[in-house]
Design a protein around this ligand. Structure first.
Ligand SMILES: [Zn+2]
Ligand SMILES: [Zn+2]
Length: 221
């Protein structure tokens, strides 16, 4: 009677006495279609370490790459584990598939091409780009220094400073993003006097022909 229960895998001839079965086939022969992307291109900013996947810059994390590979994988799976082999530019993937109570692991290796790049902020900074100048003025040198240090620290968290110039009358901070600068000055409780000068007309891109302004923000401390 017991013999009737035995299954023989039609593909490899294994017996259900030696191996787990899923339906008519042994777990090794069950066809599970998992197709990872052939290649993932990862761009890393050589100045700040941000990475770009799908044209979006974000801080580097394994999770980010993991999610991108999962998103591009064809087939159903329950989980995926990722190991990066930076030296050989490979990603080792382990897909976990649960079928009828069995856990099946499928391993794949794909190319993970790492490219050197510069993010927009870093390339602008290298090119000396700035949108505005914060002029910090006051009678007390220490007060100016404290205000400048604080502004720089916060601005550099998610934007950039092209340069800082010390002058007799105070300090000028050249900022890459004026919108961010305004936000930060307001957050820190600085009242500023804003003036703008025409810096040029945009020669390329969607906003071609648009006038560009540089803003100066005067802060008294
Ligand atoms: Zn089999
Ligand atoms: Zn960068």
């Amino acid at each position: 009677m017991n013999n009737c229960m035995e299954k023989i895998c039609p593909k490899c001839g294994s017996s259900s006495k030696e191996k787990e079965f899923i339906g008519a086939f042994c777990t090794d022969c069950v066809k599970i279609k998992i197709e990872p992307p052939k290649k993932i291109d990862l761009y890393i900013c050589k100045d700040c370490g941000l990475c770009r996947l799908n044209n979006k810059w974000s801080p580097f994390s394994l999770e980010l790459i993991e999610n991108e590979i999962k998103r591009q994988t064809i087939g159903n799976f329950d989980n995926m584990l990722l190991k990066i082999d930076k030296e050989n530019q490979k990603a080792e993937l382990k897909y976990i598939v649960l079928i009828e109570g069995n856990t099946i692991q499928i391993e794949k290796i794909i190319e993970l091409k790492i490219h050197n790049d510069l993010c927009r902020d870093c390339s602008r900074m290298r090119g000396g780009y700035y949108e505005g100048i914060i002029q910090v003025r006051g009678e007390n040198k220490n007060k100016i220094k404290r205000a400048v240090d604080k502004l720089k620290k916060i601005i550099e968290k998610d934007s950039f400073i092209t340069k800082t110039v010390e002058l007799k009358e105070g300090t000028d901070i050249y900022v890459g993003n004026k919108k961010k600068a305004i936000e930060i000055m307001s957050d820190l409780g600085h009242k500023f006097v804003r003036s703008r000068t025409l810096s040029g007309v945009k020669k390329t891109g969607l906003k071609k022909g648009m006038k560009q302004y540089r803003d100066t923000f005067l802060i008294r401390v």
